[in-house]
Design a protein around this ligand. Structure first.
Ligand code: HEM
Length: 371
């Protein structure tokens, strides 16, 4: 836990100090106000080539008559230096390696919950991004502020230390990755490895400081109704269709009475991404659970599944219901819409010039890499 409290800059400039020093300054500087990075490696190469050409030209202009050999040497060493610098810039392949490490770790859950850390990591990625406020431009995944108190202690984030501590292991192995990139990439890996749709993703988030922490109350309260859901998600910039698609992530994982107070899984396959959440919402009869905990519903037939009051609202509100029904009937449509909405969620609060690629990438699953 103590590692999580190391100020972002110190963490970056310890283990990764050498790499950071050698990284071209036109990439990410790990400050809160980075210069616009190049849109792609092509732009980076072009920039380096232009710099090299200028440097050689300057040398040539200022050197004495017998300096042609020296100029050639200078050109060679400038090219070598630029190649070395480029080599240290993380590429798509480097991020694929991080993805693979995460994917393996998610599976090493043993007796934890349903045998996978996937669901809690999806929740970490969502809570790290869902603090965004489009009016003020604050919050979102950019600064990974859940590392700091009081955000780490906000009641909505109860239990997410499990995901953060897990990701700390990955961070040790790849110290150059920012926490925001790491947590969102983990969400992508978890969805894809649990048989969900491909989620377009790209790096570029930077580590912020404690003063970037957002106030409590930005994440949804499961005891509330349709108006509250809209207030929370419209603030992030989502519409009704996107809201319904995103909540379908409740096909995964479970509620824990020692975290949120609620208890139980939504589906019979909580480590596989499906449209079962919507199917069950419409196909089962839901009754209020009789217990001393917070108000939640249980399926009448087995009494083993649960729905939160906010989940049930998706069958009651006319506009939400239209989309929920469509997703219950068509898993492909759900996968397509979830992918788009989740990709959008993970980029909330990240200035577009920070992204290292103009288009998001599609990373491969472990299974695809075997083929
Ligand atoms: C109205 C909106 C939402 C509400 C009120 C809500 C509420 C909750 C609550 C109370 C839990 C149980 C936490 C625990 O006890 O461990 C939970 C779990 C979870 N939520 Fe949501 N959620 C919402 C939207 C979302 C969205 C948009 C996503 C992702 C796109 C998501 C993904 C998850 C996942 C994967 C879990 C399971 C975590 C685990 O198994 O540890 N939720 N949510």
């Amino acid at each position: 836990m103590s590692l999580l409290r190391i100020p972002a800059r110190r963490a970056v400039f310890t283990a990764s100090a050498r790499r950071a020093e050698l990284r071209p300054t036109s990439f990410r500087k790990y400050t809160t106000a980075p210069p616009p990075p190049p849109k792609s490696n092509t732009a980076l190469y072009a920039g380096i080539a232009a710099f090299t050409a200028a440097a050689v030209g300057y040398y040539w202009y200022n050197s004495s008559s017998d300096s042609s050999r020296d100029a050639t040497t200078a050109a060679k060493s400038a090219i070598q230096a630029s190649k070395a610098a480029v080599k240290l810039t993380p590429t798509k392949e480097d991020y694929q390696k991080v993805y693979n490490t995460i994917a393996h770790i998610l599976d090493e859950a043993g007796e934890y919950d349903d045998g996978s850390f996937g669901p809690v990591v999806v929740r970490l990625a969502w809570h790290a991004s869902g603090t965004y406020d489009k009016t003020t431009g604050t919050g979102g995944s950019n600064y990974a502020t859940m590392r700091f108190e009081p955000e780490s202690l906000h009641a909505a984030n109860n239990g997410l230390h499990v995901g953060r501590e897990l990701m700390e292991k990955v961070k040790q192995q790849y110290p150059w990755i920012s926490y925001g990139d790491l947590w969102t990439l983990a969400g992508v890996a978890a969805i894809q490895e649990m048989a969900g749709p491909k989620i377009p993703w790209r790096p570029g988030r930077i580590d912020g400081v404690a003063s970037n922490v957002t106030p409590d109350g930005r994440l949804p309260d499961a005891t509330q109704g349709a108006q509250h859901i809209r207030d929370i998600f419209y603030r992030m910039g989502f519409n009704d269709q996107e809201i319904v698609a995103l909540i379908g992530a409740h096909a995964l994982g479970r509620c824990h009475s020692d975290r949120s107070g609620f208890e139980g899984p939504w589906t019979f396959s909580p480590t596989t991404f499906t449209n079962d959440f919507y199917k069950l919402l419409f196909e089962e009869k839901w009754v209020w659970k009789k217990w001393s905990g917070p108000k939640q519903l249980q399926d009448k037939k087995t009494g083993t599944l649960m729905m939160l009051p906010t989940d049930y609202v998706l069958t009651q509100d006319k506009s939400f219901k239209k989309y929920a029904k469509a997703y219950a009937d068509d898993q492909d449509l759900f996968f397509k819409d979830f992918s788009a909405a989740f990709a959008k969620l993970l980029e909330l609060g990240v200035p577009s010039q920070q992204f290292v690629a103009s288009e998001p990438w599609i990373l491969q699953t472990l299974e695809e890499q075997k083929a």
